[in-house]
Design a protein around this ligand. Structure first.
Ligand SMILES: CSCCC(=O)C(=O)COP(=O)(O)O
Ligand SMILES: [Zn+2]
Length: 211
């Protein structure tokens, strides 16, 4: 099987998995997978499509400028330049972006601090493959409508080949060296975020009730 077809199938499988989790509310979210380094070419989801509707289609091959390299009626995701920036600055091969209620809540709660610490949970050890790492720090950037500004806001955090950035009141973007690593980080970080949101709700409730 050609690398192109292989990557297409891997991305389609991830799209199905995330759709089963119901992580594509409305038409939100976008996914991509690198096909080649030089020139940079990658598959990306189409703008404003319901990513739950079809699992095996609707990827577009784009270049470093986010332009389709083959004729297509589809429009690449509006956030394609963010994906291109990640591929240009790291050795990531996959980028996943989803909007969930919990990642939006945590991004607003910690937005002024510019980061959130996820800690005290076995999932941290699973993600870092280390019993010595006790926390994962996820940076939070401000949302922006202008794509050049938005893309640039990620740049200071593109120092590793895998990682995550929360966008305030918008969603999360995760990248990794392989599709499996990227999905593992997305699911693991979403788990830790959800855990923290629920714990804070209960603890806040206890403080209010004077317990
Ligand atoms: C500036 S509009 C961004 C929309 C969005 O946040 C999203 O995740 C979906 O965009 P797409 O173009 O990939 O459908
Ligand atoms: Zn988005």
């Amino acid at each position: 099987m050609s690398l192109f077809l292989e990557q297409w199938k891997k991305l389609a499988n991830i799209k199905c998995d995330l759709a089963k989790r119901d992580w594509f509310y409305g038409t939100s979210g976008n996914l991509s997978m690198k096909i080649s380094d030089d020139p940079l070419l990658f598959l990306v989801t189409a703008d404003e499509k319901d990513k739950r509707a079809r699992c095996d289609e609707e990827f577009i091959v784009v270049n470093n400028l986010g332009e389709p390299v083959f004729d297509t009626v589809l429009k690449p995701s509006l956030e394609t330049l963010v994906h291109a920036n990640i591929y240009e600055k790291t050795s990531a091969t996959c980028v996943l972006h989803v909007h969930t209620v919990d990642n939006n809540v945590i991004s607003e709660l910690f937005g002024d601090e510019g980061q959130v610490e996820l800690e005290n949970n076995e999932m941290v050890h699973i993600l870092t493959s280390s019993y010595f790492e006790n926390k994962i720090i996820v940076p939070i950037i401000e949302n922006a409508q202008d794509m050049e500004t938005f893309k640039r806001a990620y740049t200071p955090f593109l120092t590793k080949d895998f990682g995550a950035v929360l966008v305030r009141n918008h969603g999360i973007t995760v990248w990794g060296r392989s599709p499996l690593e990227t999905k593992k980080w997305l699911e693991g970080i979403e788990f830790l975020i959800s855990y923290k949101v629920k714990l804070m709700m209960i603890q806040g409730h206890k403080i209010k009730a004077g317990n």
